[in-house]
Design a binder for this molecule. Structure first.
Ligand SMILES: [Zn+2]
Length: 129
């Protein structure tokens, strides 16, 4: 009976092994590094269109793009802000307006993953009105 429970313990340990290493692998900091945008889930995106219009941005939002804000324009060094699933429908009904603040002008860009998922990135002062 004792041997049996030991074997079970060993099985549990070996079964548990793969998951911690997988978690480590996906812990890439979110942000833009060498032209690749990494989101908080570890999904990577490359730039698809830069300096898009407010109308185009709204089209992407309404098609289900993830909306990410980089308010200071540093490329995510101090942390991206992610719109929640609840925020996105509300943003889709608004209009992004690019502003200029302290020499930084707001810009909208679209990033795409290999699987075709899209991120709308609002860099700098972009106000949704
Ligand atoms: Zn920043």
């Amino acid at each position: 009976m004792n041997r049996k429970s030991k074997a079970t313990m060993r099985e549990l340990i070996s079964d548990a092994k793969p998951s911690p290493s997988q978690q480590k692998k996906s812990r890439i900091p979110s942000g833009i590094h060498d032209g690749v945008l990494t989101d908080r889930k570890g999904q990577t995106y490359t730039l698809s269109a830069q300096g898009i219009t407010a109308e185009d941005a709204l089209r992407f939002v309404n098609l289900g793009a993830q909306v990410v804000f980089d308010e200071c324009g540093c490329g995510g060094t101090c942390g991206f802000v992610y719109a929640t699933e609840d925020d996105v429908p509300a943003l889709g009904k608004k209009k992004p307006v690019m502003k200029t603040h302290k020499g930084l002008t707001g810009e909208l860009s679209v990033w795409q993953s290999e699987q075709g998922e899209k991120v709308l990135l609002a860099t700098g002062p972009v106000e949704w009105i």
